[in-house]
Design a protein around this ligand. Sequence first.
Ligand code: ZN
Length: 224
Amino acid sequence: MQWLEKWLFPPTCVITAVTTQKHDLDPAFIAKWQIGSDVCPRCAEPSPQGLLCGHCLSQPPRVSRTQVAFAFEDELRDLMYQFKYHQQLHLSRLFAELLAPQLDAQGIQAIIPIPLHRTRLRERGYNQAFELARMLSPMLNIPIISALTRPIATPNQTQLKAKQRRQNLKQAFAADAALLEGLDQVALLDDVITTGATMQAAAKQLESAKPGLVVEAWAVGKTH
Ligand SMILES: [Zn+2]
């Protein structure tokens, strides 16, 4: 009955409200936010010809690869804000639909959403990374494993400098080794990657719980 649903409720752009062909987003935005191929495969920072960047060469990060769908700017920033802070949970499906086809998920055995501390979770009522994972999981046929928790409340990261962020994140996560048993390769999932410090800290925790675990980082957007 998908055709009927489509006929009754045609896809409509969440930004411009015009009827679209496929996703609830005008394809012009998808093209506009496209990150291109000139990014480092490991950290997703700009890098000519998509080569490993100098930073990753000299100081290899803990994540083996970073895959993001879009540059986090303009309308995407506003849309993500609605999703994250204004209960616009329906956007999780759109974001997952846009992210899924851009991911190379080969070999990934589990999606691990970046957790929120329980106080933040209570305030917000949901974890946007988990909501995103819930949509993405059936699209990729990869299970979600909540192997990370956030026992320590870290201050709002957006206000902090990179160095302070790293400091605050050092002990922020805890990993459940039992849940990681039998896994070799997992993907961390978040809505947005800013400096990458959150992903690094989460990956570090996973690796100490399961030595040798290969950890990737996935997100809808990346700031540059
Ligand atoms: Zn890099």
